[in-house]
Design a protein around this ligand. Structure first.
Ligand SMILES: [Zn+2]
Ligand SMILES: [Zn+2]
Length: 334
């Protein structure tokens, strides 16, 4: 089958072996997939992953139990053991034995076929198109902000970074009725946020007033983290939605040889202002599916380009361009 494979370098493979589902797994024909910052970080060495890239997708069950066969589905990305202390305490996303689709120990979805655990599946309602369905995984991650941090209407909240994830987080947070602003350096992205009725501020116009109750950092950059810390009031909450690839991906020797690029900013404001810091990753799929069904979150305007799988390498290149928001890859049509 065709697949985009990463093993130190990324390549398009036309004769990749087809996946063989294990016990408790099914085989999906992938229709469409989305590229996220994590895929680009992996290509820089993040997680030391090798295999088929990609974890945001929609597909149809091609082989599996009768109740699932032929159903259009999305899949959660953490494949868990259900036996370890984390799983047994209800924190399966932190399973110590987990593999993660396209990120850790398991092939991803930039391919014609993928095998996934049956218990990871969620049926996609007919009202949700394939283009919308590829946003379910990152939208679930956006909803995780509300799971971890109570946001009330009287609060002031800022989202730093109006990219793929930031625009989803901003839409989810806006629905709480809080006073929300979005910060970015890219004027097109700020315009897109404004189209969603979200007040936008260019990074050059940000005044570090230290008055926000909550700041959600979605830029994944050291500069963004610095801005986020400067905006928060004492005892405010900093939610980190991004991994900081350059410092986490490369060895310390490499990182220090690269001057300050990717280095963390001074973290003293966390101590001085007694900030609460929350790391945030995967979130609830049902919330995301529900929001798209109700059209409470709009994603179509975030699609910057769509490429066929055979041009997947071009798609990955396009996704690196900061002007683009979401880049999609199409495989088997329905
Ligand atoms: Zn992702
Ligand atoms: Zn486990």
């Amino acid at each position: 089958m065709q697949a985009i494979v990463f093993d130190r370098t990324v390549r398009f493979d036309t004769h990749h072996p087809e996946p063989v589902p294990k016990d408790g797994e099914c085989l999906l024909r992938v229709h469409m997939a989305g590229i996220c910052a994590t895929d680009l970080h992996i290509m820089d060495g993040y997680m030391g992953f090798s295999g088929i890239l990609g974890h945001e997708f929609v597909g149809t069950v091609a082989a599996g139990p009768d109740e699932w066969r032929g159903k259009r589905v999305v899949s959660e990305i953490n494949c868990v053991c259900r036996k370890c202390d984390m799983c047994l305490s209800g924190l399966a996303a932190h399973c110590v034995n987990r593999t993660v689709i396209g990120i850790s120990g398991r092939d991803g979805c930039f391919a014609e076929l993928i095998a996934v655990p049956l218990r990871n599946l969620h049926a996609v309602p007919d009202r949700i198109t394939n283009e919308q369905a590829v946003f379910i995984e990152p939208l679930a991650a956006a909803y995780q902000v509300l799971v971890q941090c109570k946001i009330e209407p009287r609060m002031t909240v800022t989202v730093v970074g109006a990219g793929r994830l930031g625009l989803l987080v901003a839409q989810v947070v806006k629905a709480t009725g809080c006073r929300l602003t979005v910060v970015d350096r890219n004027r097109d992205k700020l315009e897109l946020a404004e189209k969603h009725g979200i007040q936008s501020i260019h990074v050059d116009d940000v005044i570090g007033r230290a008055d926000r109750d909550v700041v959600v950092e979605c830029s994944g950059s050291a500069a963004g983290l610095e801005i986020a810390m400067g905006l928060l009031r004492p005892r405010g909450t900093l939610v980190l939605k991004s991994t900081y690839a350059p410092s986490s991906a490369k060895s310390n020797a490499q990182a220090s040889a690269q001057s300050n690029e990717g280095a963390l900013p001074n973290l003293a404001p966390i101590v001085i202002n007694e900030l609460h810091v929350i790391g945030s990753r995967c979130g609830p799929f049902p919330e995301a599916i529900n929001a798209l069904t109700r059209e409470a979150v709009e994603v179509r305007s975030m699609i910057s380009a769509t490429f066929p799988l055979a041009r997947g390498l071009d798609a990955l290149e396009a996704a690196k361009d900061p002007q683009r928001v979401k880049v999609l890859i199409t495989m088997n049509p329905r």
